[in-house]
Ligand binder design. Structure first.
Ligand code: AMP
Ligand code: MG
Length: 464
């Protein structure tokens, strides 16, 4: 038996999911298998052949989840349009959704084809791998399986299925959907989610309020981690926000190179709603929508509107505390003072437009990068000021990656696969990103930011 399934989601209200069957695939081909994840899940790689990974040998009936969400600010009823949960795998007392993405149409597909392209699934594999190794809570990718179909997008490509693993795929949007089913359904579902993700809260006497608090806290920690490494999620719709603080749905995401809070790469984000520096504000907005979805619980329990509002009012302060704690670590400051100096540094970053990742490496050990921005008197003065109170190497090392997935390198690796069937550059990138905090001999080319013109023109896409 490849997986040990115990799928508790089948016990929630039947309106919250549909039973589905993955599409037939004549010749599935495993392109990538994540050995480390197999080990973490207690899986035997010998049992994970292409048919198992592509959902062609089923252990039980898969499900697609129903959910709703605010997409770019507008409420829509949605669901897994191209994803299916094979089952919940239990290992060492932990539960994991094993989900296929790109496995065909479901009752929630609307006009979509249920498919995914191989380049977008390779891309998700790489970003989730990078985020995991950057020590950020994330969905993980067990495998990419290429299918024998041609999928038409901007270009026509082979199709693929990504096997995605998360503690659960329950999102703010799931609550928005359940809230529409009635207060009793909402209460039962909330109890289910608390048992699954926050069982310790059952011991408190304000369980629902503490649940909101815990979701808020895990989301704040997640977004502050994004800001730490320069990650832009790109599509922070409420249906892409996990209640467990796991980063997921690597669609138009990308890493920022040159520091600019307005950085946006997504082709459809024309107003910069999901820009790098807007992610805090959008998280706050999303949490307000999540709190609205929980409102009916006020009729069912001791929870009150004022209490929920009180928690939302704490957001800015709590985010700032988390953010400055993170920034101090990046600057090697071992105290909770020096806020003004951190602000001065941020002001320099905004003005100089320096490469975000390399700036911290240069502060730690000057002379690493031959970039004129680090040769200015202003940078030198700032470094001296920081050195007087911070720049402690040990503190800095765990906060500042040496390697991030540089967008132009990711694209080059994907192009080489699409054009020549060659995965070697892609695999080299995976290797470098295996230990992103550790210097490597072969590393310097991976630390190079792109040409500014490349960055300015770089575009990423949704639903590919
Ligand atoms: P996303 O913005 O990627 O989270 O996707 C938003 C919604 O569109 C989700 O409900 C997806 O399941 C659905 N979707 C995206 N691409 C497709 C596709 N090719 N076929 C069917 N549904 C899709
Ligand atoms: Mg999504």
């Amino acid at each position: 038996m490849p997986f040990s399934f115990d799928t508790t989601y089948k016990s929630v209200d039947s309106s919250l999911y549909s039973r589905v069957t993955p599409k037939r695939i004549a010749n599935p081909k495993v392109l990538l298998l994540n050995d480390r994840l197999c080990a973490d899940l207690g899986l035997d790689t010998a049992e994970l052949n292409a048919n198992v990974l592509a959902g062609q040998n089923l252990l039980e009936e898969p499900i697609a989840q129903a959910y709703a969400g605010h997409q770019y600010g507008s409420f829509t009823v949605l669901g897994d349009g191209r994803a299916m949960i094979l089952g919940e795998h239990v290992h060492d007392g932990n539960r994991y959704d094993i989900q296929l993405k790109g496995s065909g149409r479901t009752p929630y597909s609307r006009r979509g084809d249920g498919n995914a392209t191989v380049s977008s699934m390779l891309r998700e594999f790489l970003y989730s791998h990078a985020m995991q190794n950057l020590n950020i809570k994330t969905s993980r990718s067990l495998a990419v399986v290429e299918t024998d179909e041609a999928v038409r997008r901007r270009r026509t490509e082979p199709g693929a299925i990504l096997v995605r693993v998360m503690n659960s795929h329950i999102r703010y949007g799931t609550f928005q959907y359940v809230a529409g089913q009635g207060p009793d359904e909402l209460q039962r579902f909330t109890d289910y989610v608390i048992d699954r993700h926050y069982p310790q809260l059952n011991e408190t006497d304000r369980t629902y309020l503490e649940f909101f608090d815990a979701v808020m806290q895990s989301s704040i920690e997640m977004v502050v981690d994004w800001l730490r490494v320069g990650f832009i999620h790109g599509v922070m719709n409420t249906d892409n926000m996990s209640v467990n603080g796991e980063t997921f749905d690597y669609g138009p995401c990308a890493f920022m190179n040159y520091y600019d809070e307005e950085t946006v790469f997504s082709s459809i984000d024309t107003h910069g709603r999901y820009a790098f520096g807007n992610q805090q504000r959008i998280l706050q907005w999303n949490l307000e929508r999540f709190a609205e979805a929980l409102q009916p619980l006020c009729k069912q329990s001791a929870l009150t509107h004022d209490e929920l509002k009180g928690k939302l009012d704490e957001f800015e302060n709590r985010f700032a505390v988390q953010y400055y704690t993170m920034m101090r670590k990046k600057l090697g400051i071992n105290s909770d003072a020096e806020k003004e100096l951190v602000d001065e540094f941020l002001e320099w970053l905004r003005k100089s437009n320096a490469d975000y990742t390399n700036t911290f490496l240069e502060l730690e050990a000057p002379g690493r990068f031959d970039d004129p921005v680090f040769a200015t008197a202003e940078f030198e003065r700032l470094r001296e000021k920081l050195a007087a109170v911070g720049l402690e190497e040990e503190v800095m090392q765990d906060a500042n990656p040496r390697y991030i997935p540089r967008n132009y390198l990711v694209e080059k690796a994907l192009d080489e696969y699409l054009e020549a069937g060659d995965l070697s550059t892609f695999e080299e990138l995976l290797t470098v990103l295996e230990n992103p905090y550790t210097a490597r001999d072969m590393g310097s080319q991976f630390q190079q930011p792109p040409r500014r013109e490349f960055d300015a023109a770089y575009t990423t896409y949704c639903n590919t």
